[in-house]
Ligand binder design. Structure first.
Ligand code: SF4
Length: 284
């Protein structure tokens, strides 16, 4: 049977918050019987954008990650619900029944992702329900897909086998796989949000004039193995992305026929800018 999935591309999110606002527009003050009670005006974030800033001036990266209910296939919230208040539909969507769930704040704590919110006015636990009320009346796209100007969101109703192939082909990841909840919300380019980099700037000084050292060959190694290679760009900058944070010592080997070879070893804890490194001409 075909089931719903959502792919979120971290690389495309610019933190415009249109998805957050569309969720508010859809659910605040609106009652969808059988689907959801009205979301309160304040306090709930069924959709929100987490941000991460890393590196040091002038080499700083910012990444944004839209975050919501993951519609887990082995959902802890469903497992802990003994009265059917939280359930998964055959099409994969995890729902909180607004009537059965009333008066039970414990449901909020059943989600390890913190995706469930308590509505004090309505006395009910709530979360984003994959716009199930819209899909069931034939809407082709989710509200977040409709409003996102950069195409961050892609919903798919496909067989699980097909989705597994897409996950492999597009190198998709899920949040906190250690929870073993098997989310149906997948992330593309999640490394932008979780991994670290080592970078720096290479310059030369000739006749008192500082200039960018362009095209210097650099190899990033760890434990004797070469992990990545690259060159300094037209500004003399170099950067190795996609490294696990807090992952020990790395050695950068610089090679230039004009300036000779040298290397630097640094410990990577968080993203690191090595600063401006000045090359000296070996014949000077
Ligand atoms: Fe349930 Fe939380 Fe998974 Fe959503 S993210 S399905 S609320 S466990």
């Amino acid at each position: 049977m075909e089931k719903w999935n959502l792919i979120i591309d971290v690389a495309e999110c610019t933190n415009c918050n249109n998805c957050f606002l569309a969720c508010k527009d859809e659910y605040v003050g609106n009652d969808f019987p059988g689907y959801s009670a009205p979301q309160p005006l304040h306090g709930h974030k069924w959709f929100y954008i987490e941000s991460r800033e890393h590196g040091q001036y002038p080499m700083v990266d910012v990444a944004y990650r839209p975050t919501t209910c993951n519609h887990c296939n082995d959902a802890p919230c469903v497992r802990k619900s003994t009265d059917g208040a939280v359930y998964q539909r055959p099409d994969g969507i995890v729902m909180i029944d607004p009537d059965k769930a009333r008066g039970n704040p414990d449901i909020v704590n059943s989600c390890p992702y913190g995706a469930i919110w308590w509505n004090e006015d309505e006395q009910v636990a709530q979360k984003w329900n994959f716009d199930a009320h819209l899909l069931d009346r034939g809407e082709p796209r989710l509200r977040c897909e409709q409003v996102c100007p950069t195409g961050v969101f892609r919903s798919l109703k496909v067989e699980d086998d097909q989705m597994n192939q897409i996950v492999e082909d597009e190198e998709l990841q899920v949040l906190n796989p250690e929870y073993q909840a098997n989310p149906r919300v997948y992330y593309k380019n999640l490394d932008n949000f979780t991994r670290c980099f080592i970078g720096g700037t290479l310059v030369t000084i000739k006749n008192g004039i500082t200039d960018a050292a362009v095209g210097i060959e650099i190899a990033l190694t760890q434990g004797g193995a070469t992990l990545q290679t690259g060159e300094s760009d037209e500004y003399g900058d170099f950067k190795f992305n996609g490294l696990n944070c807090d992952s020990g010592n790395y050695t950068l080997q610089f090679h230039s026929s004009e300036y000779g070879d040298f290397e630097i070893t640094t410990e990577l804890i968080q993203s690191t800018y090595l600063g401006t490194l000045t090359l000296s001409n070996t014949s000077d």
